[in-house]
Design a binder for this molecule. Structure first.
Ligand code: F6R
Length: 234
């Protein structure tokens, strides 16, 4: 796992963009994408660039259960706003949080991932070490599945909602096993609140209690983080 320390989110976004450009120059066709605060500036760099994505496919990590794409808090809405409306791709996939049969939706999403192997995966990390919405305790063998969000995640994400009660309690997420199939992974983390998780991920024991620690076993992971997020690394 390679750790690149940057001054701030803007510098991190530029480093991430250069890695993406290099991957696309080398033939990457499918991007795995994340939502949340962390990748916003990275998406802005893509939007500002003249890189052509019309032949690219994206597969997102997750979506809240119960929200449809028109809902401003949904990850569909987030992705359209920050990236897809400005930079058209060939196709964009996200799990359908409104599916009447969520188990069937999870299976169908695994099929999409199998048909579109991820060349380049962008990740953020939760304060509790989650990647995607794979909370501590999730089996490393899990593929796309329905998740009960943990209290700390609900609290952390409440900032995007009017009230904490409005945060959905469930999500549908790519599993750890799905994420680990990506050819290359770039994980970004900014701020003190991520420092414990970054330490556990990079230097801790590989354990399902710290989902991101599995990335130590992946052959091509780059971590882009600011000083505050790497502060606890030895
Ligand atoms: C989002 C996702 C999550 C976030 C994580 C960090 O699609 O899968 O794992 O990356 O919760 O969120 P932020 O970036 O808002 O701190």
């Amino acid at each position: 796992m390679k750790v690149i320390t940057v001054k701030n989110q803007l510098e991190g976004a530029k480093v991430g963009f250069d890695l993406l450009k290099e991957a696309m120059d080398n033939g990457a066709k499918t991007l795995g994408l994340a939502t949340g605060s962390t990748p916003v500036e990275f998406y802005n760099q893509i939007v500002k660039s003249d890189l052509d994505f019309s032949d690219m496919t994206s597969v997102n990590l997750d979506e809240y259960v119960g929200l449809d794409g028109a809902d401003e808090q949904s990850y569909h809405y987030f992705m359209n706003k920050h990236l897809f409306n400005e930079k058209p791709f060939k196709e964009n996939f996200l799990p359908n949080g409104k599916a009447s049969d969520l188990e069937a939706e999870a299976k169908a999403y695994d099929q999409i991932i199998a048909e579109h192997p991820i060349d380049f995966q962008i990740l953020g990390i939760g304060q509790n070490g989650h990647i995607g919405f794979n909370e501590p305790g999730t089996s490393f063998g899990e593929t796309t599945h329905v998740v009960d969000l943990q209290e700390s995640t609900i609290k952390a994400n409440a900032r995007f909602f009017k009230n904490e009660e409005d945060v959905p309690r469930k999500a549908i997420s790519m599993g750890i096993a799905s994420i680990m199939t990506a050819k290359a992974i770039v994980l970004m983390a900014y701020g003190e609140s991520k420092a414990e998780a970054i330490k556990g991920m990079v230097e801790g024991e590989i354990t399902e209690a710290m989902p991101a620690s599995i990335l130590q076993k992946h052959a091509d992971v780059v971590v882009i983080a600011d000083e505050a997020a790497v502060a606890l690394l030895s």
